[in-house]
Design a protein around this ligand. Structure first.
Ligand SMILES: *[C@@H]1O[C@H](CO)[C@@H](O)[C@H](O)[C@H]1NC(C)=O
Ligand SMILES: *[C@@H]1O[C@H](CO)[C@@H](O)[C@H](O)[C@H]1NC(C)=O
Ligand SMILES: *[C@@H]1O[C@H](CO)[C@@H](O)[C@H](O)[C@H]1NC(C)=O
Ligand SMILES: *[C@@H]1O[C@H](CO)[C@@H](O)[C@H](O)[C@H]1NC(C)=O
Ligand SMILES: *[C@@H]1O[C@H](CO)[C@@H](O)[C@H](O)[C@H]1NC(C)=O
Ligand SMILES: *[C@@H]1O[C@H](CO)[C@@H](O)[C@H](O)[C@H]1NC(C)=O
Ligand SMILES: *[C@@H]1O[C@H](CO)[C@@H](O)[C@H](O)[C@H]1NC(C)=O
Ligand SMILES: *[C@@H]1O[C@H](CO)[C@@H](O)[C@H](O)[C@H]1NC(C)=O
Ligand SMILES: *[C@@H]1O[C@H](CO)[C@@H](O)[C@H](O)[C@H]1NC(C)=O
Ligand SMILES: *[C@@H]1O[C@H](CO)[C@@H](O)[C@H](O)[C@H]1NC(C)=O
Ligand SMILES: *[C@@H]1O[C@H](CO)[C@@H](O)[C@H](O)[C@H]1NC(C)=O
Ligand SMILES: *[C@@H]1O[C@H](CO)[C@@H](O)[C@H](O)[C@H]1NC(C)=O
Length: 693
């Protein structure tokens, strides 16, 4: 064989995605968000080298955050030739990817079909923090725009399907489906035949209905059936049969798929587009143990729509409004974050959707809650020390969301459903069951959670001016404060939120959180007219913080620094709990402490950031973001630039991890994936709000 033949043979063996290089802006995230709207609607394209393909839409299947394949296909026929532009179906050549970019709510791929036609595929998961009707809908858009690239007219047909893999984490489960139209909306409805109410398998939900809809338009056809058959029908005939497969069967048995296709006719330099919508409807979303025992709580969208078809039809018709609301938020986040730095904007825009992808609005018009899943680390619901790192994203976008997150924790404990005096760790060991811990045997982080609740309660008040909230919960807030007064100065042997590091006595950062919690309570007492307690708690906090500056610091070291734990001069750690002092405008901690830490961090950074503490080389991106928010500009620039650099090169291939190695950039422990805690990136923008008593 001549060298040229050998070369072309070799090239033909390469994955087609390597043939043309795409650009990535502002970064190539470890996993690219496709449809990310709740703990259950969470589809991504893995990019990092641990298992991803570098960030290409075609040539690899999208996955659920936890790693399972979600069949989601895009095909196109141009002048009689077939190509794949999304997913990895057999027997199709893939298109070339030109660019990928993301904003807070969207991912956009520009693809070239043999230089003839350009596809722009925009995945938008609307974030509308002030608009509960839209925020409560668990749906996400895929808009596909097609235009001639070479100036000539081309004969074009477009196709997209989803598989039944969306409806259960158990691929042996039997799926059922139906096709329907309403107004000009065509939909495939797919669901687990034997509904598993409130159940999960591999973190996927086991009940409710999944929808793949589009707007019927010129040249529309549909089909359901065996994956290879339906796709071959499109590839060979450029049209679907409008036939329904009624052989309901297991998800993995002849893989049923649900397809839409359009004959776009002759496409020239005027672009034409089609809109697809994927989503989930569940009548009841959460089981909640409040004052009246365990009750099911409806998804909040049920308050706005008489039935699920009405919701689907609304969503399909709402793209213009939803995407313009979302574009406004995108622009606000981009401009606020870019005012800090471009690196910070890279982080903030990637983190916001992940923070909102961990929560879900439920309840009725009278009583609304926002429930959060402790995604990936253990699946707990309403984990206080996960809400805490995540909470800046919610305070920044709409402080009312904070109240809806905290309220169920208050309701449960005030109803006497939790026997311990301190704040609980979570409302239940597995989402979506907020059934509490009546035996008091939750994961114990008493100091952590009491401090977190007091700080977040005051932060919500300062952002929303809601005195009633503090008055209503004063008794429990005061009960937690008593615990802090006993425990905060010399924290006993216990875990902090960083539980993977194990327990430790006299943790400097944990003590600080307790003291800030006491000071927060003095402000709460003040605004609720409890004057005696206000001055008492304020002086206790001041006394403690004075002692803490001696107990918790190594002032002999050069440079001086906070210790990880009292009595160990060679230890240190990220003192991220300073955030509460600054965010609440408490002025409890002297500026000299901030300055000491700023000087110190500059001496201990590694390739991808500053380690969490002296015990390991790993760190937490959420806590680095908190530290960056309160420290000097120099430290802030160092941490944000290293995090932004890390996002681009980390081999991790799943939705943004918050726990990674500062030397290798890879997972180290965990892996923690897709946790809402990355909302902590917004700490800096909350400080910019200038909240104060
Ligand atoms: C992303 O790419 C699309 C398509 O090229 C473009 O219209 C859009 O302006 C880009 N957005 C950003 C934020 O770069
Ligand atoms: C459309 O859906 C609504 C809500 O389910 C229903 O009331 C209406 O009859 C449907 N219309 C058609 C034409 O099917
Ligand atoms: C939630 O509770 C129900 C019983 O009410 C149970 O069937 C289900 O498996 C639980 N879900 C999870 C995820 O543990
Ligand atoms: C056309 O159909 C044949 C089977 O009849 C199949 O092998 C081939 O892959 C199909 N072509 C496309 C482009 O799907
Ligand atoms: C809930 O409130 C919205 C307006 O905010 C209203 O449109 C809707 O009808 C209400 N739903 C119920 C069940 O009261
Ligand atoms: C806060 O609310 C009180 C009433 O509770 C009101 O008097 C006051 O003007 C409000 N302050 C701000 C800044 O809105
Ligand atoms: C905690 O620190 C205090 C102050 O240095 C010390 O007296 C106490 O022994 C420490 N506790 C433990 C269990 O080491
Ligand atoms: C509490 O202090 C406020 C001023 O901070 C004052 O207006 C109020 O009268 C005091 N209330 C009591 C009961 O002393
Ligand atoms: C309450 O806060 C106000 C305003 O900061 C302050 O003037 C007052 O002294 C405080 N009262 C108490 C009892 O701390
Ligand atoms: C201050 O609060 C502590 C803890 O609740 C209590 O033991 C003490 O008696 C209070 N002091 C005053 C002067 O109220
Ligand atoms: C002090 O901290 C260092 C760094 O974390 C650790 O290696 C050492 O074992 C600790 N010493 C004691 C006595 O705990
Ligand atoms: C942080 O450490 C890296 C080496 O790991 C170094 O290249 C970089 O200059 C350091 N940054 C600062 C601000 O010291």
């Amino acid at each position: 064989m001549t060298p040229i033949v050998i070369l072309s043979l070799l090239l033909s063996l390469l994955p087609s995605s390597i043939r043309a290089a795409s650009t990535f802006s502002p970064a190539r995230p470890p996993a690219q968000p496709l449809a990310v709207k709740s703990p259950y609607l969470s589809a991504w394209q893995e990019a990092g080298s641990d298992g991803g393909n570098g960030g290409y839409l075609a040539g690899q299947w999208p996955t659920f955050w936890a790693g399972a394949t979600l069949g989601w296909t895009g095909l196109i026929n141009v002048d009689g030739s077939s190509y794949c532009w999304m997913g990895a179906p057999l027997h199709f050549n893939t298109v070339d990817q030109v660019s990928y970019n993301y904003t807070s709510s969207s991912s956009t791929y520009v693809l070239s079909v043999d230089g003839k036609v350009q596809i722009t595929a925009t995945f938008t998961s609307p974030i509308t923090p002030d608009d509960f009707k839209r925020q409560s809908l668990i749906f996400s858009y895929l808009n596909v725009d097609v235009v001639s690239l070479d100036g000539s007219e081309h004969d074009v047909q477009l196709y997209s399907d989803i598989s039944a893999e969306w409806v259960s984490g158990d691929r042996g489960q039997v799926a059922q489906w139906e096709y329907g139209t309403n107004d000009s909306v065509a939909y495939h409805k797919v669901y687990r035949q034997n509904q598993g109410n409130f159940q999960e398998v591999n973190d996927q939900t086991e009940y409710g209905n999944w929808w793949y809809s589009t707007t019927t338009d010129k040249g529309y056809t549909y089909q359901s059936g065996i994956d290879v058959d339906v796709r071959a029908q499109f590839g060979n005939h450029s049209t679907l049969t409008n036939a329904a497969d009624t052989n309901y069967r297991a998800i993995n048995s002849d893989w049923p798929v649900f397809a839409h296709s359009f004959d776009l006719g002759s496409v020239g330099t005027t672009s034409t587009s089609r809109l697809f919508t994927v989503g989930l409807t569940q009548q009841d979303a959460i089981q909640f143990l409040g004052a009246d025992g365990v009750v099911p709580l409806p998804s909040l969208w049920t308050q706005y729509f008489p039935d699920e078809v009405s919701a689907v039809v609304f969503v399909q018709g709402d793209y213009a409004t939803a995407s313009s609301l979302t574009a406004k938020l995108d622009a606000k986040v981009q401009s606020d974050a870019a005012a800090v730095s471009d690196d910070y904007a890279t982080l903030a825009t990637l983190s916001l959707r992940q923070a909102f992808g961990g929560v879900q609005l439920v309840g009725t018009n009278d009583t609304q809650y926002l429930f959060l899943k402790e995604i990936s680390s253990d699946g707990n619901i309403q984990t206080v020390d996960v809400i805490f790192p995540a909470h800046p994203a919610y305070v920044y976008t709409n402080p009312l969301l904070m109240k809806l997150l905290l309220e169920p924790l208050f309701v449960n404990q005030e109803a006497g459903q939790y026997p311990n005096s301190w704040s609980m760790h979570d409302l239940g060991s597995h989402y979506p069951n907020a059934t509490g811990h009546t035996d008091g045997k939750d994961e114990q982080m008493p100091l952590e959670e009491c401090g977190d609740m007091l700080i977040m309660a005051l932060e919500y008040y300062l952002a929303a001016n809601d005195t009633d909230f503090l008055t209503k919960h004063y008794k429990l807030l005061d009960q937690w404060t008593q615990f802090l007064i006993q425990e905060a100065l010399y924290p006993s042997n216990q875990i902090s939120t960083d539980d993977f590091a194990g327990p430790l006595v006299n943790q400097t950062n944990l003590a600080l959180k307790g003291m800030i919690g006491i000071k927060a309570m003095s402000v709460i007492a003040n605004v609720t007219g409890n004057n005696a307690s206000a001055s008492n708690y304020s002086s206790i906090a001041t006394d403690y913080i004075t002692q803490w500056q001696t107990l918790g610091f190594n002032t002999q070291a050069s440079p001086a620094h906070a210790k990880l734990n009292y009595n160990n001069d060679s230890s240190w750690g990220l003192l991220y709990n300073l955030y509460g002092d600054k965010a609440l405008g408490l002025d409890l901690v002297p500026q000299s402490v901030y300055d000491t830490q700023s000087t110190f961090y500059l001496t201990v950074n590694d390739t991808y950031g500053v380690p969490l503490d002296t015990r390991h080389s790993y760190t937490k991106g959420d806590w680095e973001s908190w530290v960056a928010a309160v420290c000097s500009d120099e430290v802030s620039e160092m941490l944000f630039s290293e995090l932004a650099k890390w996002i681009n090169v980390t081999p991790t291939n799943r939705p943004l991890t918050d726990w990674y190695d500062t030397v290798s950039g890879d997972y180290n422990g965990g892996p923690f994936i897709n946790r809402p805690v990355m909302g902590g990136v917004f700490a800096k923008l909350v400080l910019d709000m200038g909240l104060h008593p």
